[in-house]
Write a new protein. Structure first.
Length: 242
């Protein structure tokens, strides 16, 4: 996240959004009325860039389903499918270090873009580099929709349909430990455990709440050496607790 053509910043987000918008309008029938789903995590600038993305699409008369607050990445493709949206964007850098951010694009099938759309969008971005608007005031419009509560409810309901052994789950003696590594997942994982009838997991409290500084890890990735340093401490507690 810094100045430059190969970096995440206001300008490159606007350019990416302008190119995506033009390509979606060209490729997908009724894209304006179907709209785009946009979500963001807790990283630095994520909310602003989600709103800038929304402003670009609204400036072209396209409906925007902007998810309110912090959401986990699967909420965007889920909402694309549930709402029948033309595409989706999630502002997140997943497991990257704190100085990074990212722009994940989902097609109308709720899957991250693959060929030929990746190349098509890239070419469209190059053809739409001149920023047309930085004005977030355009968000004051009926074109901006907030389906957050509806989508969260639908997501949890969909999870519940996947649970086949809820009674058995409630009797298991297995104890679980979870770390969100300073990301946004704790709230959603907790709700999933409730839906499946499991007892609450033991959280790694030092990494439980969203924090864009990721103070205990250089890379918030469980595959990186040292990222799970606090995990065994909590796990060992489950072996000593009654």
């Amino acid at each position: 996240m810094e100045a430059g053509w190969a970096r995440m910043n206001d300008l490159t987000v606007i350019q990416a959004s302008q190119g995506l918008c033009a390509y979606v309008m060209e490729q997908i029938e009724n894209a304006a009325s179907r709209g785009i789903v946009i979500g963001h995590d807790h990283r630095h600038n994520s909310e602003r860039w989600a709103r800038l993305t929304a402003a670009v699409f609204i400036s072209k008369g396209i409906k925007v389903h902007l998810l309110r607050g912090l959401v986990h990445t699967p909420m965007v493709p889920f909402s694309v499918k549930r709402l029948g949206a033309a595409c989706g964007v999630m502002i997140t850098a997943s497991h990257n270090p704190k100085q990074d951010n990212g722009y994940k694009v989902y097609w109308e099938n709720a899957v991250q873009i693959i060929s030929p759309h990746d190349e098509g969008i890239s070419n469209s971005i190059k053809a739409n580099l001149q920023p047309r608007s930085w004005d977030l005031g355009v968000l004051a419009t009926p074109l901006l929709q907030d389906p957050t509560d509806q989508m969260l409810y639908g997501y949890i309901q969909e999870l519940s349909r996947l649970c086949q052994t809820r009674i058995l789950n409630g009797t298991t003696g297995v104890k679980f430990v979870n770390t969100s590594m300073h990301g946004v997942s704790d709230k959603f994982v907790s709700e999933a455990f409730t839906v499946f009838g499991f007892a609450p997991y033991l959280p790694v409290t030092e990494q439980q709440q969203p924090d864009p500084e990721f103070p205990t890890v250089k890379f918030p990735n469980p595959e990186e050496k040292g990222a799970l340093v606090a995990f065994p401490l909590v796990f060992n507690q489950t072996r000593t607790d009654p």
